[in-house]
Design a protein around this ligand. Structure first.
Ligand code: NAG
Ligand code: NAG
Length: 330
C-alpha cells in the first residue's frame, strides 16, 4: 500500500516549491478530482467479495452463510441491478438458536481512497445489528476499524466510529473534528490519551442516517475519504446526492460539512488505519443489539432470542446496494 509523507513535511515542501513534491503526495492532500479504481455493482458484484462463514466474533445469534448457501437460499442475489443481502425471513427456529445471515468482505484491501456506497435500503428491526464498515485484516486490531453505518434494533441514530487498539498514544481533540455535524458520543474516548485504544464515535441523530428513516428517504449515499489529512464521512439522502457523485466525478471539497471527521492534527490517522477490508454484515442480538438497556430503549418487546426465532420479524432485515465505488486522486 502506498503511503504519503507526513503532513507537516508536505506543508513545508509546498511552501518551498511545488516541484519538490511528488504528485501523489500533493494529490492525496489537495485532490479535487478522482478517478475510479473499482466499481462493485450488478451481476458481477459477488465475484469480488468473500463470504465470511465463521462463528460471529461478537456472539450474535447468527449463522453466517457460505457463498453457495447464501445464493441457494436466496439470501444474496442481484435483482434489477441491485445487490441484496438478507437475513432469512422464512424459517422458524427455536428460541436461542442462530438465524441464517450474511457477512461479506471485499477481496481487495485499501489504505487510502475515496469510498462511495449507494444503498437503496439498510437493514433494521428488533434484534438486527447491521454494519457497513472496514477493518485491517492482517494486523487487527492494530490496523484499525472504521464503522460508517452501524446501529441496532429500531434506534433512530447512526453511529460512526474510528476504533483502533494497540500501542501508540493518540488523541482527537475538538479541533480535529472540523465542522462535522454529528455529535461525539463520549468526549473522553477521543481526548483521553490511552496507550491501549482509540474509540472515538460520532452519533448522527438526524433520524435518516440508517434504518427506517434512511430507507424512507429512498436510501442514499455514504462517502468516506481517507488520506493524509485524516478521515471524513459524508451522508446524503437520495434527494440531495451531489451531481458530481451521480456523474462519477466526485469532488469532496464541494460537499460541505461531513457528518464525522477525525483529522490527523494530533494523531497520524494513516499510521492507525491500514489495509482495510470493506465489510457489510447483519448480526443479530449479541453484545449491543441484545443488551437489555438498548433493547428497551429501542422499543422492542419480549426478548432478543425470542425475536430471532420468528421469521416474520425479518422482512426489513436486508441491505439493498446500488453500488460501492472506490476512487483515487487523479
Ligand atoms: C459484524 O461483524 C462484526 C465484526 O466481527 C461484529 O462486531 C458484529 O457481530 C457484526 N455486526 C457489526 C455491527 O459489526
Ligand atoms: C421476506 O421479505 C421480503 C422483503 O421484504 C418479502 O418480499 C418476502 O415476502 C418475505 N418472505 C416471507 C416468507 O415472508
Amino acid at each position: 500500500m502506498f503511503r504519503v509523507a507526513h503532513p507537516a513535511f508536505v506543508l513545508g515542501a509546498l511552501h518551498l516549491a511545488n516541484v519538490v513534491l511528488t504528485s501523489a503526495a500533493l494529490d492525496n492532500r489537495q485532490a479535487t478530482s478522482y478517478t475510479l479504481e473499482d466499481m462493485y455493482q450488478g451481476e458481477s458484484f459477488f465475484d469480488n467479495w468473500n463470504f465470511f462463514s465463521e462463528p460471529d466474533p461478537t456472539q450474535g445469534l447468527v449463522d453466517y452463510q457460505s457463498k453457495d448457501n447464501a445464493l441457494s437460499k436466496g439470501l444474496a442475489f442481484v435483482q434489477d441491478g441491485v445487490t441484496v443481502l438478507a437475513v432469512d425471513n422464512s424459517t422458524t427456529i427455536p428460541s436461542g438458536s442462530n438465524r441464517a445471515s450474511i457477512r461479506i468482505e471485499s477481496k481487495k484491501h485499501y489504505t487510502t481512497g475515496l469510498f462511495i456506497a449507494d444503498f437503496v435500503a439498510t437493514p433494521f428491526g428488533c434484534s438486527t445489528w447491521p454494519a457497513w464498515w472496514s477493518y485491517g485484516q492482517t494486523d487487527y486490531p492494530n490496523s484499525g476499524e472504521l464503522d460508517i453505518i452501524e446501529s441496532v434494533n429500531r434506534l433512530s441514530s447512526n453511529f460512526l466510529t474510528f476504533w483502533r487498539a494497540g500501542s501508540a498514544q493518540c488523541t482527537f481533540p475538538d479541533s480535529s473534528h472540523g465542522s462535522a455535524t454529528g455529535s461525539i458520543t463520549d468526549e473522553s474516548k477521543c481526548t483521553t490519551g490511552t496507550t491501549e485504544q482509540i474509540n472515538c464515535a460520532f452519533e448522527d441523530g438526524s433520524g435518516n442516517g440508517w434504518g427506517e428513516g434512511f430507507n424512507n428517504a429512498g436510501g442514499g449515499v455514504y462517502a468516506h475519504l481517507i488520506n493524509a489529512e485524516g478521515i471524513k464521512i459524508w451522508h446524503f439522502s437520495r434527494a440531495s446526492i451531489p451531481a458530481d457523485i451521480t456523474s462519477k466525478n466526485p469532488n469532496p471539497s464541494s460537499w460541505g460539512a461531513p457528518v464525522a471527521q477525525w483529522g490527523s492534527d494530533s494523531c497520524d490517522v494513516l499510521e492507525r488505519i491500514v489495509d482495510q477490508t470493506l465489510t457489510i454484515n447483519i448480526s443479530l442480538c449479541g453484545s449491543w443489539a441484545g443488551d437489555d438497556d438498548v433493547w428497551s430503549t429501542s422499543g422492542c418487546p419480549g426478548t432478543c432470542a425470542d425475536t430471532v426465532a420468528d421469521p416474520a420479524n425479518f422482512d426489513n432485515a436486508r441491505w439493498k446496494i446500488n453500488y460501492v465505488a472506490v476512487y483515487q486522486p487523479a
